[in-house]
Every structure is written in structure tokens, then in C-alpha cells.
Design a protein around this ligand. Structure first.
Ligand code: FES
Length: 157
């Protein structure tokens, strides 16, 4: 796996002329390709750029946009804001957790779906809302959620 990672990391480091100051951009580019920052990758970057591994972890945990846990191809987000909550958002989350066999914040084993929760995405009238990547799905029901997940997992409806 480390050599696969090297194929990804080396061109990115080269793009920034191996400059330590470009570490945030380097991490961002690596994450764009891998969808998260595995520990092996951080170790390789640390070695290549001679930046202490602990510093890389500090950066990766400081910025919310970096992920140290695997992320799926699809991000499914459930709004748990007040308006969505009173319209049954927690039942929608329960259904997603049951169907995907993961909890909020986790990724399916096949890395197809990451499940997350947010508080209000500003479309309260459409609640309960589920967002898949950049697409909003309003007035969700358990049946709609099941169909959506089957579609994402490539199962026939
Ligand atoms: S509470 Fe869900 S969009 Fe506002």
C-alpha cells in the first residue's frame, strides 16, 4: 500500500517544489485523491518533507476539513436541526444507521458511504432533509431513504 501511496504523494510534493510551507495545500491535494489522510500517508509525507509526524497530526486535527478516518465515495448527511428534528429526522437517521450498518460519523466497509449529521442547512421548510454529496432530498421518509441508499449502493430498486 505504501508504494501506491508514494505514486500519489510524490507528484503532489513535486507540484509544490517540495516546500514545507505548502504543507496545507499538499495535504489538501492528497486528501482530494484519497478522500482522507491515512496514517501511512502522513508518515510518508513526514519523511519526505522532514516535518515531524506530530506536526502533521496537529495540522490534520486542527483543520476540520481534514479527515483522519476513511471517507466514503458518497457523503450522506442528515440534518438534525430543530425543524428537521420535529419532523422525524432522528427516525431517518435510525433508518440510515440500520440500513448501512454504521453509526453517524462512520463509513461503510466497502467505502461507498460515509454517514454524518449536521444542524440546520437552511432549508427547514423541506425537512426532514438528507443531503447526498451536494444534492438535497427533502421531506424524507424511511421508504425514500431506503430507495436512496439502494441507489447509492448500486442495488436495483
Ligand atoms: S433544521 Fe434542517 S434544514 Fe433547518
Amino acid at each position: 500500500m505504501a508504494s501506491n501511496y508514494l505514486n500519489i504523494i510524490e507528484p503532489i510534493i513535486k507540484k509544490y517544489d517540495g516546500k514545507k510551507e505548502a504543507i496545507i495545500s499538499i495535504l489538501q491535494d492528497v486528501q482530494t485523491q484519497l478522500r482522507w489522510l491515512p496514517g501511512d500517508v502522513l508518515a510518508l509525507i513526514s519523511k519526505k518533507l522532514k516535518i515531524p509526524l506530530s506536526s502533521l497530526y496537529s495540522i490534520a486535527t486542527f483543520y476540520k476539513s481534514f479527515y483522519l478516518k476513511p471517507r466514503g465515495e458518497n457523503l450522506v448527511t442528515v440534518c438534525l436541526g430543530t425543524a428537521c428534528h420535529v419532523r422525524g429526522a432522528s427516525l431517518i437517521l435510525d433508518e440510515l444507521e440500520r440500513k448501512l450498518k454504521i453509526k453517524s460519523g462512520e463509513t461503510t466497509q466497502d467505502h461507498k458511504i460515509t454517514l454524518e449529521c449536521v444542524n440546520c442547512v437552511g432549508a427547514c421548510a423541506l425537512g426532514p432533509i438528507v443531503i447526498v454529496n451536494d444534492d438535497y432530498y427533502g421531506q424524507m421518509t424511511k421508504v425514500k431513504v431506503d430507495k436512496l441508499v439502494d441507489h447509492l449502493l448500486g442495488k436495483k430498486e
